[in-house]
Design a protein around this ligand. Structure first.
Ligand SMILES: Cc1cc2nc3c(=O)[nH]c(=O)nc-3n(C[C@H](O)[C@H](O)[C@H](O)COP(=O)(O)OP(=O)(O)OC[C@H]3O[C@@H](n4cnc5c(N)ncnc54)[C@H](O)[C@@H]3O)c2cc1C
Length: 282
């Protein structure tokens, strides 16, 4: 199936891309890896008149350490993240999460910026980005602004990126090895029915839990975090008890792949498994 006709523009700089988005307004869409946008256009779920391809803009892809923080360009592919020696050493949750995404072809074309901007409720990155408490930089006509991960995901397929804006960087503090991502995937696509990312800070006291796939938008499982915060020792029993709160206060999704009850159950199981594995790595 072919998409509706569109004009294709390929800016050379970020400023040019922002100017093009401002000029074409709601008619324009950013193109990154195209693995969500192009299928949506073929199905006529999206009908942009203008495509602004940001794939050739210098410095929008790559991973580097700047002033003790790791900066990732939005055009960095899932495969680049999976293979990054810097991330395997300094932020191992990201390569682990990347390894769960789709298949090799999806990982070679899909980008972290495209995935975060698209905000599919079953995407893998949001769980890790929330557990890592990442900062997301966005650029538009008025300039640059930074949004924390927990304010970035607004609703189903909706983020803090406004009209005419481009996600231009993701920044993360280096983490220790005590991290884990556990996921139950929908077998045909690989998308998450429930994916849980855990980051345990040194000492084991500060634990962050990000959940994707369960609700319309990804979330921090704060009830789990609170249940663990007061514990003197994290035994298998205390971990299992805390994990039962993985979907507290959440309106779970149901579809042909999983009922709301099953998604809640998977969130609880994957939370227990991710906590157990991350804590074993301390
Ligand atoms: C068969 C298949 C299996 C998949 N399995 C998984 C899976 O298991 N787990 C998973 O997480 N994902 C999966 N995906 C999705 C994949 O990871 C996509 O690559 C990703 O969701 C979108 O990234 P992209 O670079 O392709 O973005 P695109 O498709 O190019 O763009 C997606 C949306 O984001 C906007 N956008 C892109 N970049 C920016 C930016 N920098 N700033 C502002 N807006 C931007 C676009 O305008 C568009 O609306 C799968 C996809 C396919 C086709």
């Amino acid at each position: 199936m072919y998409s509706a006709p569109f004009d294709y523009l390929r800016p050379a700089t970020l400023d040019e891309a922002v100017a093009l988005l401002a000029r074409h307004g709601e008619d324009a869409k950013v193109l990154a890896g195209g693995h969500s946008l192009i299928p949506a256009m073929k199905l006529r779920l999206a009908r942009p008149k203008v495509i602004v391809d940001i794939g050739r803009i210098a410095n929008l892809s790559g991973i580097r350490e700047v002033d003790g923080r790791i900066a990732i360009g939005p055009m960095t592919t899932h495969a680049d993240i999976e293979a990054s020696a810097l991330l395997q050493k300094r932020c191992p949750l990201l390569p682990e999460t990347a390894s769960h995404i789709g298949d090799m072809q999806v990982r070679n074309k899909g980008t972290i910026g495209g995935s975060l901007a698209h905000a599919d409720p079953a995407a893998d990155w949001p769980a890790a980005i929330l557990a890592l408490d990442a900062e997301i930089e966005i650029v538009g006509r008025p300039g640059r602004r930074t949004v924390r991960a927990d304010a970035f995901f607004v609703d189903l397929l909706q983020t803090a990126i406004g009209p005419g804006e481009i996600l231009c960087e993701i920044r993360i503090a280096p983490t220790p090895r005590s991290v884990a991502y556990e996921k139950t995937e929908q077998k045909a696509s690989g998308f998450a029915l429930a994916g849980v990312a855990v980051v345990v800070q040194p000492g084991g006291r500060d634990i962050r839990v990000g959940v994707t796939g369960v609700a319309a938008k990804p979330y921090r499982a704060t009830a789990v975090e609170k249940a663990l915060a007061g514990q003197r020792s994290l035994t298998p029993e205390t971990i299992a008890r805390a994990a039962t709160h993985a979907a507290d206060g959440v309106d779970a999704l149901g579809d042909i792949h999983a009922s709301p009850e099953f998604r809640v159950h998977l969130a609880q199981v994957n939370t227990r498994r991710a906590l157990t594995r991350a804590l074993e790595r301390i």
